[in-house]
Write a protein that binds this ligand. Structure first.
Ligand code: PEP
Ligand code: MN
Length: 369
């Protein structure tokens, strides 16, 4: 059961203490207090855990500070919306707000290769006013003979360069629990020059031990990528592992599905599921057009397929875009053929903004009905 408090009710208030005391008076019920960060205000929710099925909602609804009481359905307990108008669960991390109400581009290198290319990338982002990037240090590759990423060795200079160019969050995949500790140590060593959002790749979508590990730490937010060959419901249950560990700072990322029906794209683009995820969960939703499309194919109208699907995801409400760029794609050690070029960055940003403006106009129109 979730008790949503009115916006002006402070978590340390007398009223909250009385609500918590009432909850604890039911046998076997424990409580957790959660702060939900929106772009303009923060909300407090009290989660009642244990056998709450028999607890009546009325005594809680009588408190003046309670906005509503929501019965949690079995499905996706921590990340779900539970058929109600529960708001999105956003968070602030390293000065950046991420929520179902925010919009950020995360352009960057699929895999960190040279210091020079990494510096060129971060500098280009700064020149375009972007503070969020992708940069892979640990790469899960289909073949064991392919470049596996520089791993922990590159973290000190990647973080130093990110700090130098004002990058506040790097989305970085981890494939093993040890990587989380390596990243935390390197961030510490850099004097927290930047921040990291831990990325769970599609190949690890059901690596439950890894999901528990990133869920049991609360220092770093997590971006969970949909499993490419499992149902949406299985992916959501897997994502629930992160939340149930205690970490509620989660973004759910669509990246296409593995199916031959996806031809001619690397994966079948699934951005029609953006509104579905926003309805089923309270999480901000990301899209990864690069790993969905997997090429630089151009449509007859002159726009790359990557631009087209990005716009499709954004106009449907995506909150984040993870996208591959490279200063010299022919030298990239991973996924060069799908990378966008630096002279496409300004156009990409403008095109994404056109789609975002169109989305905002669409929801204003819908609200006016
Ligand atoms: C990536 O983003 O670098 C990546 C490997 O993506 P995915 O896990 O979606 O294939
Ligand atoms: Mn890649």
């Amino acid at each position: 059961m979730i008790i949503v408090l009115k916006a002006d009710v402070a978590p340390e208030s007398d009223e909250v203490r009385r609500i918590v005391d009432l909850a604890h008076s039911f046998p076997g019920v424990t409580t957790e207090l959660h702060q939900i960060q929106g772009s303009t205000r923060s909300l407090t929710e009290i989660y009642l855990l244990g056998s709450t099925g028999v607890i009546p909602t009325a005594p809680f609804e009588e408190f003046a500070g309670v906005e509503k009481v929501v019965r949690v359905t079995e499905k996706f307990r921590a990340i779900g919306r539970h058929d109600s108008n529960l708001g999105g669960v956003g968070f602030d991390y390293n000065g950046v707000h991420v929520g179902q109400d925010s919009f950020h581009l995360f352009p960057g290198l699929c895999a960190v290769d040279t210091r020079e290319n990494t510096e060129l990338m971060f500098r280009a982002l700064q020149e375009h006013g972007i503070q969020t990037a992708r940069a892979g240090a640990y790469k899960p590759r289909t073949s064991p003979y392919d470049f596996q990423g520089h791993g922990a060795a590159c973290l000190p200079w990647v973080f130093e360069l990110a700090g130098k160019y004002g990058i506040r969050i790097i989305a970085m995949e981890v494939t093993h629990e040890n990587h989380v500790n390596e990243i935390r140590r390197a961030l510490e060593g850099s004097g927290h020059a930047t921040g990291v959002m831990l990325q769970i790749g599609t190949r690890n979508a059901q690596n439950f031990e890894l999901l528990k590990a990133v869920g049991q730490q609360t220092e770093l937010p997590v971006m969970f990528k949909r499993g490419m060959g499992i149902t949406l419901s299985e992916s959501l249950n897997a994502c629930e592992y992160v939340a149930s560990g205690g970490n509620r700072r989660i973004v759910f990322c669509l990246r296409g599905m593995k199916t031959n029906l996806g031809d001619p794209h690397r994966n079948f683009v699934d951005f029609a599921h953006v509104p579905v995820l926003r309805r089923l969960t309270r999480l901000p939703v990301a899209i990864d057009p690069s790993h969905s499309v997997g090429s630089r194919a151009v449509a007859p109208d002159g726009l790359l397929d990557v631009f087209h699907v990005t716009a499709q995801g954004i106009i449907a409400g995506a909150n984040m875009v993870l996208v591959d760029f490279h200063p010299r794609p022919e030298e990239a050690l991973c996924d060069g053929p799908q990378a966008l070029l630096f002279d496409e960055l300004a156009h990409f940003i403008e095109d994404a903004q056109i789609a975002r403006d169109a989305y905002e106009a669409r929801i204003r129109r819908a609200a006016a009905r």
